[in-house]
Design a protein around this ligand. Sequence first.
Ligand code: NAD
Length: 370
Amino acid sequence: MAANKSLLLLPGDGIGPEVMSQVKRVIEWMDRRRAVRFEITEDLVGGAAIDAHGVPLADATLEKALSVDAVLFGAVGGPKWDNLDFKIKPERGLLRLRKDLGLFANLRPAICFEALADASTLKREVVEGLDILILRELTGGIYFGEPRGITVLPDGTRRGVNTQVYTTPEIRRVARVAFELARKRHSHVTSAEKANVMESGILWREEVQKLHDAEFPDVRLDHIYADNCAMQLVRNPKQFDVIVTDNLFGDILSDEAAMLTGSLGMLPSASLGDADESGRRRALYEPVHGSAPDIAGQDIANPIAMMLSFAMALRYSFDMADEADLVEAGVRKVLADGLRTADIMQKGTARVSTSVMGDSILLALDRLAA
Ligand code: NAD
């Protein structure tokens, strides 16, 4: 039996618990069928934690998050808590987790499942088989740089300022994550900046190149201007493997890449922090979607984004690439069989509930692993 692997589950609010309960079934399946034992703890976050403890993230929950190998997060928020003071809103729970776990690298894969290729706004041949990863620096750059603010000038006009600022360690640590991830994929990193017009872009390019030459010469590295990257993502996205970029460009490019492949209910994400002595990185995995109060409690939410977030945890926190492949293959199989939750319905397919989608993925896992 392999060593214990610890996971903290934070289902949260709205559809969070519904989609998480399907992932729990896959975790149990892994325990039974793959000779790995996950040590699972579950706790409250967001509105559920406010109702129980008066705060969106209790200190004890944060302690647990700091001690496990990975956190699996559902979604938080809902109308019940909309009018609370900003400081104790459900979303603050997630922000505190991101901050206190030091999650500086945000990963958003854009994977196009063959069965959904026709749902994309791009042509089938452009997106079919797409599997790329956008890595966005999350805690630095123009969203945090000083000086910032709006001032009134002597002539009465106003001036708004934000500052794009990056230091060598900030660039190197996110670039390191990019190279490490690329080694688990197709060994190709594209670094996007605006070195043609921004000094911070020149520094970014030079530092990424230096780190590459010193420690990752086996990984192919290309540099691209961020505006060209935006164009290439819709022209020929399959040319990329891992794209690493700063906070601002990453914000835009990750949304663009995600939408190449369709519905919110299909999009997983991960946020990674610093590595400890053993090389283990703090990590939080979550679907891109929110708590979807409009469909909560109806057993109609799509659990696939949550399921694929767990697959990312298997791949990036637990080095279980085979099991990650298996979960993704299970999802691919049910989609190919024509099963769809309401959000991804297409002509000629069968509509199923959240729990039936879970049943079908488990059945697919049984068959694939037989
Ligand atoms: P949302 O992502 O919750 O929902 C947007 C739309 O997509 C809704 O129509 C919803 O029904 C649909 N949708 C989302 N996920 C789906 C799924 N898995 N299956 C099927 N349909 C799905 O965004 P919103 O409506 O802007 O926000 C709702 C609440 O979620 C708010 O309280 C917001 O603050 C919160 N939120 C939380 C997070 C998070 O926890 N990370 C992220 C975004 C929004």
